[in-house]
Each structure stands twice: as structure tokens, then as C-alpha cells.
Design a binder for this molecule. Structure first.
Ligand code: NG6
Ligand code: CA
Length: 507
């Protein structure tokens, strides 16, 4: 861990640290609960407080109105698994070759013994929980889905977990309650395969007549709930999820966690399945946006956020809870199902004014909604231009809570607590982002995209172009939309950013 500016943070938050020594178990103005609401594929412009036109998000907007918005807030990567890897480990995903979009039967990516964001919170005495999408692999390579499914979240710092193993579009389509499949009948064991077809349930490519939502690319294997997925599965009939009810189940579990730990500080990582494909919101949200299923899934997500905020209000915990609303990567329209996301987007701009989205390396890939509310510490309705990144939560919360991160762990996480709480105007100086096709480095408003393929489409199949040997260079303040590649005009800038990138990589 690098502790840049730790001294300043200590001065600003001296009181926090001093008071911490005498803090008791209950949440307080020095040890707030942390509710991290993490979305899937929600773009910068997909929320109404950031310009959405096709959908209204009053509950998400409430976080912004009562808290702090970071227009320059980033996830670490342009797809799910590497972003979540960096969020939890405080380490760049390029340091681990396996940190790529995982199948549903992939072994655990984060090995037990790794010190994670959840460990930071646990070491500070918090109750830690995860509810929602995992997508970081499970088991040690020899997984029996009908026994104890581990290692997983419980082996890397979470006290409790209720998760979707991979993503909504991948088998197995069941929830895991701690180590076990939720509602599994032992007489009907689950098998999962990503190679050999399992034929107990129909397969999308063979029985398209059974589908209620058709794929546009891939997604034609086992059919569960009228939707064909990536991967095969058999068994577990009593445990299969119904897509329309997932948001209800997850928000209920999250609220139950908050209820249970109302009297002690808690850390809840709530990873919503929305708005990843297949978009299949509950019928009560249908038609609530002008954008069809993709917009209606945003309405559902907003409803979930409302459930959580209401729960905090009901328990009188809002003042002592730091709520973060952010997500794993930029937006995509068609992502493999014919859900009319492209046809119905209208003038709504999922990536705001930025270029690119999911899978890209332009700003739309990682510049995601990033809102923070903590009424006792943060001014309502404020905005900060600081470059803040999710990978820094580990070191920042460790600094806030007086937790020492073991040597060599969370190695890329920097404490920027002052920036995250709106007390300091500057955040990170240097940040490296992982996209499909290569890396990108940001420093002092300059951005260098290394050679490799890149897309600025926000619909699949992506159209890729090749970035030549000199890479691409943009000045984000002057050209936030990345229209003018300045690599040829400023070769010395390109060189200096390349050198910093090599240093970060350890080359
Ligand atoms: C892609 C899938 C896409 C989505 C993505 C992962 C196809 C054609 N596309 O390979 O549908 O699952 O992986 O999304 O299969 S993520 O948000 O979890 O990274
Ligand atoms: Ca995602």
C-alpha cells in the first residue's frame, strides 16, 4: 500500500483517528457503517442526476442531493471481473492474468489469505457482508456444487454472503447462501458445465421456440426461466432463480443484514444484478421508462436503492452510514439479447458525454456514477473534481479506521480519504485502467492509451479498431470527449507516460 498524502489526511482527520481509540461497537461519526452499492453496466449518464433522459432515478439522485458527486470517479477496468478484483484486493487487475471475465464454474480468483477490503473492515471490528453478484470465481478447481462451495467470499473477509455466483447470463442460475446453494433439494443435485452440454433442461440453440427473450449473440445454452444462458446446468429445480424476482430477493437479504447488524458498525457490499443482461425486471417496473427493458431495469435498480435508504432511515442509521453508489464498468446496449436496448434508447446518452463504454478504454468505460453520502461528514449537494477510484477504498478506509494493512497487501491502493470525503480537492495523481485490448494511464489530466485493440461502440458485437504503435494521447480537461488524439504533437508526453506505465507495471 502506498500512503500518499497520509500526513495531510492525518491532520485533517486527526480527530477521527484519536476518537477511534475510544470507540465502542456501535456505529458513530468516527466509525460509520459503510453501505457500498455496486451496479452492473450502469453508465455515467444512466442516472437522472447526471443527465439521463429516458429514465428517472429519484432514489439514486437523493444520494447525490444529500451527498457528494464525483464526475471524475472511476472503476478500475472496463469489465466486471477485473473491476471487482481491484475493488476488493486494492490491486491492479493486470497483476493477475486470471482477472478476466470469468465463467460460472471458474475457481476462486482471490485466494484465501489475500487481505481484502472486507478484511480492512473486519479488522476494524465491523460485521461484513456481501449480497448480490460475485463473479470472482468459487472453489479451488474441484468444486462440488452440492457440498460446501468454498473458497469464496467467506474465505476473504466476509462474515456472511448471499450471492449470484457469476452473472445473470451464466449458469448456475441459483443463489448461494453462505457456502450452500439456496433452497437446494439434496435429491436433485446441481451440475454445471461450460464444455459438454448437459441436457436435463432444454438448450436455447435447439429450442428457440421455448424462449421468452432471444439471444442476439451467444447466450444459447441451458434455458432457465425461458432465457438461454452462457453455460450448461442440470438439477437444482427448487433452487433456480426467477429473473423477475432477483431484485426483490437481493434487496430483502440486504435489508435483513442491515437489520441484523443495526447495533454495530457494518460493511455491506451490495452488488446489484441490474442492469446486466438478461434484463428482465419485475413486471411492476415494466413500461416505467421510455427505453424498454434496459431503462426499466434502471427503474428497478433505483427502487432497490430506495429500499436500502429507507431501511437506514427507519433504523435511524442514515447519519452514521457512509453510502457509496458506483459500478463496475461503463454501459452497453445490446449485450447479447434482443431486448430492444438499441432501438429504444432515443436521445438518452448512457455514457453521458463520454466516448465508449463497456469493454473500451475511452472514458465511458470506467467513468461511472460515483456518489458518496455521509450526512455527518459530507456537505449535501456538493461536487468534487478529484480523480477518485474504487481501488483506493481499502487504503482509505484503513486510514479512517486505524487499520494497518499487512506489508505487500492491497499494494496499489492509496489512501485518498480526504478526497473521498470532500475535504481535499485532489485525488490520485496517477491511475492505470484495464480495458479489453490493453492498458491506459491517466496522469494530471493527460491520458495515454497503449497500442492494442479498442472499441467505442456501446453495443455488441463491438467494432474494434487497432491503436498504432504511438498509442493515443488525450488531454481530458480540454478534450473530455477524447476527440483529438495528440500523440503525434506531444511525443515527449507519450514517452513520459509510457515510462510511468512501465514503472507501475514493474517492468
Ligand atoms: C461477454 C458477453 C456479455 C457479458 C460479458 C460480461 C457474449 C456475446 N457476451 O462475453 O453478454 O456477459 O461477457 O459482462 O457472450 S460483465 O459485466 O460481467 O463483465
Ligand atoms: Ca459489468
Amino acid at each position: 500500500m502506498k500512503q500518499t498524502n497520509l500526513i495531510t489526511v492525518l491532520i485533517v482527520f486527526g480527530a477521527v483517528l484519536a476518537l477511534h481509540a475510544g470507540a465502542g461497537r456501535s456505529p458513530s461519526s468516527t466509525r460509520p457503517n459503510i453501505l457500498l452499492i455496486y451496479t452492473d453496466d450502469v453508465g455515467y449518464g444512466d442516472i437522472s442526476c447526471q443527465g439521463a433522459t429516458g429514465v428517472k432515478t429519484p432514489n439514486i439522485d437523493r444520494i447525490a442531493r444529500e451527498g457528494l458527486s464525483f464526475p471524475n470517479g472511476h472503476c478500475a477496468a472496463s469489465t466486471c471481473t477485473p473491476s471487482r478484483y481491484s475493488l476488493l484486493t486494492g490491486e491492479y487487475s493486470f497483476r493477475n492474468d486470471r482477472a478476466q471475465i470469468l465463467q460460472g464454474d471458474a475457481p476462486a480468483l482471490i485466494k484465501p489469505g489475500t487481505f481484502t477490503l472486507a478484511d480492512v473492515m473486519k479488522r476494524a471490528g465491523y460485521a461484513t457482508g456481501v449480497v448480490g453478484k460475485w463473479h470472482l470465481g468459487l472453489g479451488d478447481g474441484n468444486l462440488d456444487w452440492n457440498g460446501d462451495i468454498k473458497p469464496g467470499p467467506l474465505e476473504i473477509g466476509f462474515d456472511s454472503s448471499f450471492i449470484i455466483p457469476a452473472t445473470l447470463d451464466r449458469t448456475p442460475c441459483v443463489f448461494l447462501d453462505n457456502h450452500r446453494i439456496y433452497k437446494l433439494d439434496p435429491a436433485d443435485p446441481v451440475s454445471v458445465s461450460y464444455d459438454e452440454p448437459l441436457r436435463e433442461y432444454p438448450i436455447g440453440s435447439e429450442r428457440p421456440d421455448l424462449l421468452k427473450q432471444h439471444p442476439s449473440h451467444g447466450h444459447d445454452q441451458t434455458i432457465v426461466n425461458g432465457i438461454s444462458r452462457i453455460g450448461y446446468m442440470s438439477g437444482g429445480k427448487s433452487a433456480l432463480w426467477k429473473d423477475e424476482n432477483i431484485a426483490d430477493v437481493l434487496s430483502e437479504k440486504a435489508c435483513a443484514f442491515i437489520d441484523q447488524y443495526r447495533n454495530e458498525p457494518f460493511f455491506l457490499y451490495f452488488a446489484s444484478g441490474d442492469i446486466h443482461v438478461p434484463r428482465c425486471p419485475n413486471p411492476r417496473f415494466r413500461g416505467q421508462s421510455s427505453m424498454g427493458l434496459r431503462g426499466d431495469a434502471i427503474v428497478q435498480l433505483d427502487w432497490c436503492v430506495g429500499q436500502l435508504l429507507n431501511k437506514l432511515d427507519e433504523l435511524n442509521l442514515a447519519d452514521d452510514t457512509l453510502v457509496i453508489f458506483t459500478g463496475d464498468n461503463g454501459p452497453v446496449l445490446d449485450d447479447g439479447y434482443q431486448d430492444q436496448a438499441v432501438e429504444k434508447v432515443g436521445d438518452h446518452r448512457p455514457n453521458g458525454d463520454y466516448r465508449g463504454g463497456k469493454a473500451s478504454r475511452y472514458e465511458g468505460a470506467t467513468r461511472v456514477p460515483f456518489l458518496v453520502r455521509w450526512p455527518k461528514m459530507i456537505g449535501a449537494g456538493t461536487t468534487s473534481d478529484a480523480l477518485v477510484v474504487q481501488m483506493d477504498f481499502a487504503a482509505s478506509f484503513a486510514a479512517m479506521l486505524g487499520v494497518r494493512i499487512p506489508e505487500g497487501e492491497c499494494r496499489d491502493s492509496e489512501s485518498h480519504l480526504g478526497a473521498l470525503l470532500g475535504k481535499k480537492p485532489d485525488g490520485r495523481a496517477v491511475f492505470v485502467e484495464a480495458g479489453i485490448g490493453g492498458l491506459t494511464i491517466i496522469q494530471d489530466g493527460w491520458k495515454y492509451i497503449e497500442p492494442g485493440r479498442i472499441t467505442d461502440w456501446i453495443t455488441t458485437p463491438y467494432e474494434w479498431k487497432k491503436i498504432g504503435m504511438s498509442g493515443e494521447l488525450y488531454h481530458l480537461q480540454e478534450d473530455p470527449q477524447e476527440k483529438y488524439n495528440r500523440a503525434d504533437r506531444f511525443p515527449e508526453k507519450v514517452e513520459s507516460l509510457k515510462i510511468i506505465l512501465q514503472k507501475v507495471k514493474g517492468e
